[in-house]
Write a protein that binds this ligand. Sequence first.
Ligand code: KIV
Length: 289
Amino acid sequence: MSTTFTLDTATSRAHPVPEPIRRLTVPAIAARKGGDPIVMLTAYTARMAQIFDRHCDMLLVGDSLGQVIYGLDTTVHVTLEMMCAHGAAVVRGSYHAVVVVDLPFGSYEASPQQAFETAARVMKETGAAAVKLEGGAVMAETITFLSQRGIPVVAHIGLTPQAVNALGGYGARGRSEAEYEKILGDARAVDAAGAFAMVVEGVVEPLGRAITAAVKCPTIGIGASPACDGQVLVAEDMLGLFERTPRFVRRFDDLAARINDAAAQYAAAVRDRSFPDADQLYAIKPAVK
Ligand code: KIV
């Protein structure tokens, strides 16, 4: 069953926002090439978007939500309905960052027309400013088609998780000379096609550096190079919510342990009846005469 989520960002926000809402724009991000590093994190919910918004230039509603939120084993199973629902939540939760929504596997690869229909639906239903799609030279025609029709595109090259079955795993790319040259060619192709930024994921460091020097749009690295024009991480990875930390992730917190402690304290308080206490209970008000 497919659900349609309508956009009502003007009235259905869960928090006060400054008026008028002043968001960064796609051209402002494109102009950051070689300038101040672009800060991007994933966000899938309104509350996380609210917290990250003031710190980030871009929020990515990544299809990594398949693993992070839904417990799926790969992003291949993620649906357009999931992306639209979470994209709308992140737009409602933010007012500063440029929100980018991933196009899920199978929703854009067949043709530029299919990609346009999917991307237009994402933008109408979520209010996001841009979409991201995976693939290099093979997606160049589609990127041009979308960009020329008012849909800003972030390309995603290098390790492309939607292709995990074809790639055979999530190992770093560009180790052989042939693969290095192929990915550099992908970067040049999506840049020339009109992507306003590109995510470069899981490549050997010299390749991340070489791509950044070779293209005119900003590169946003994840497991790539500090020379990239910006960096992105899956928020839950950098917050330490998972046991496994991929090599390219720095854990800025250990939230799993802290949440575990809080849950243990709550469970103990329920069991020994110390929760709730007077502070959390409603008293009967004295009758007003
Ligand atoms: O889906 C995602 O979170 C991504 C990032 C890893 C860049 O594409």
